[in-house]
Design a protein around this ligand. Structure first.
Ligand code: HEM
Length: 182
């Protein structure tokens, strides 16, 4: 596993990603900004910003061996030149979710919602990275990041729509959808 990577998503007037829109999905939205910068490792060079969201990559919680093998075989990394579109989707889950035991959360996540099963259908078109932030005292529990080519934009909408209609999303109590291009 790659070492944990602390990442800051900095909303302001600088950075390679142009913010196309910020949609409120559940709960309050984030202030509109023109640009997004992604800063890895530390806070130096954050520049002038309206908001900063921080998260850290981590070990897998719910993925079983066969699923991990399937994901590794199909997924591609971030930074592909044709991936000129991106989405940053910060998500918080409810207390009811965090009160579940690990096996109960896995059952909702995969047996009931097929999060990995659905996600696999969209690889390698969509590249992704999951950041955790619940333990950092941040406003969200997760910062999800996705990159894709313009010709896969509609597929990304289909993916997001399918996941949002699953039992897992009944536990989401705050979600903002930020779309970007470069
Ligand atoms: C490209 C297709 C996708 C694939 C292959 C995928 C795969 C995964 C996997 C394997 C995990 C579990 C990691 C673990 O074991 O801890 C996960 C977690 C997560 N994914 Fe996805 N995902 C996809 C798309 C999405 C999308 C579009 C969203 C948001 C709209 C999303 C939101 C999340 C969240 C919030 C978690 C953390 C869940 C938790 O720990 O409670 N995923 N995803």
């Amino acid at each position: 596993m790659a070492p944990a990577l602390l990442t800051a998503f900095v909303g302001g007037q600088e950075g390679p990603w142009r913010v196309e829109r910020i949609d409120k999905v559940i709960g309050p939205t984030l202030p509109k900004v023109d640009r997004l910068q992604i800063v890895s490792g530390n806070d130096r060079g954050l520049g002038r910003s309206l908001w900063v969201l921080r998260g850290v990559t981590s070990n897998m919680r719910y993925t079983e061996r066969d699923e991990a093998n399937e994901l590794s075989a199909r997924q591609e990394g971030l930074g592909r030149p044709q991936s000129s579109m991106a989405a940053l989707i910060p998500i918080r889950k409810s207390e009811a979710w965090w009160e579940l035991a690990q096996d109960e959360r896995r059952a909702v996540f995969e047996e009931q919602s097929r999060h990995i099963g659905i996600g696999l259908e969209f690889l390698p078109a969509i590249a992704r990275r999951l950041h955790h932030c619940r333990e950092l005292g941040e406003p969200f529990d997760f910062l999800t990041w996705f990159e894709y080519a313009p010709e896969d934009a509609q597929r990304f909408e289909d993916l997001v729509g399918r996941l949002r209609s699953t039992p897992e999303w009944r536990f989401v109590d705050h979600e903002v959808d930020i779309r970007l291009s470069r």
